[in-house]
Design a protein around this ligand. Structure first.
Ligand SMILES: C[S@@+](CC[C@H](N)C(=O)[O-])C[C@H]1O[C@@H](n2cnc3c(N)ncnc32)[C@H](O)[C@@H]1O
Length: 294
């Protein structure tokens, strides 16, 4: 064990000494995506850059840096390597339960237009937006409510996968059997999401830290899920994203974050509510963001 740690340390030191270009690439990634790569992740970054070097047949990192600066698409390809796409259906089940049984019902009650608009930000393989769609259909399907889920991610490759809606067994373990039978078709050991749910989710490639791209999604969101994404950003990017969310949300709309994330020290523009042991954030009413923010 000790030996391995020393080896990793040695490798990191060698990378630092040999190639300062990695630090420049790290800054380019941050500027573009908000993803903050800390010192103990430099080796991870190095291995991902090496992968791209092989793909584009470039020999040195300095040459690669020139290529990265010149090409419009390379930053997206590098990001496809770097993003962590870990996700599965019905992740944090108790939180989804609170969403469906409490928050969704409350918001729906006050809706005269019978339309609910939901954002899944950092949707990865699609498991999150499809899980939300299943719950919304279960809760509101009989009441002729129309719901729309916009699912966004920066990683184009993962969005291609998400649009297909075909999953291995390991991604669907947490889906209640009833929903698995109702909303999926089993074919050759794969699980295919049904067309009804698929049509409820619109996938788009959007970079969360690009104000123009994010705001192009419009306003009137009733719910925003942004789970296990902000952890990769620093506090500046987190604040920027949350401010945009605030401006895109209806009054009384909710934000759901991952269990290790919080809006503490980001903004005071949301009420923090604890419902059945789950923390949810509700937009404060009739206020100007600038007045209630730090
Ligand atoms: C760990 S996954 C979380 C997936 C899902 N929300 C969940 O909790 O299961 C994080 C996702 O955020 C995406 N992401 C990272 N930076 C992003 C950015 N700047 N804009 C949009 N998506 C981003 C990644 O591509 C990745 O798919």
């Amino acid at each position: 064990m000790g030996l391995n740690i020393n080896k990793i340390k040695e490798k990191r030191e060698r990378i630092d000494l040999l190639d300062k270009n990695i630090l420049i690439i790290k800054d380019i990634i941050y500027e573009y995506s908000g993803i903050f790569i800390s010192e103990n992740q430099y080796y991870f970054l190095y291995t991902k850059i090496q992968k791209r070097l092989e793909k584009v047949e470039i020999k040195s990192i300095s040459e690669y840096l020139k290529y990265l600066k010149k090409s419009n698409n390379e930053i997206k390809k590098l990001l496809n390597e770097i993003t962590i796409n870990e996700s599965y259906f019905f992740r944090e089940f108790n939180q989804l339960k609170v969403f469906g049984e409490e928050c969704l019902i409350e918001v729906a009650k006050n809706k005269t237009d019978k339309k609910i608009k939901i954002l899944s930000a950092g949707c990865s393989i699609g498991a999150e937006p499809y899980s939300i769609a299943i719950i919304a259909e279960e809760m509101l399907g009989n009441d002729n409510f129309d719901f729309e889920i916009i699912a966004i991610d920066i990683d184009e490759e993962i969005l291609k996968f998400a649009r297909k809606g075909i999953y291995d067994k390991n991604r669907i373990n947490q889906i209640p059997k009833l929903y698995l039978e109702k909303y999926f078709l089993k074919y050759n050991e794969k699980y295919i999401i049904n067309d009804f749910i698929k049509e409820k989710v619109k996938f788009k490639r959007i970079n969360l830290v690009n104000d123009r791209e994010l705001r192009s999604l419009g306003k009137n969101f009733d719910f925003i899920f942004c789970k296990n994404v902000l952890i990769y950003f620093n506090s500046f990017s987190r604040r920027k994203v949350i401010e945009n969310f605030y401006k895109m949300m209806n009054e009384n709309a909710y934000i759901f974050l991952g269990s290790s994330e919080s809006l503490n020290r980001i903004t005071e523009a949301f009420y923090i509510k604890k419902i059945e042991n789950q923390i949810v954030y509700q937009k404060k009413r009739g206020e100007n963001y600038e007045d209630i923010n730090y």
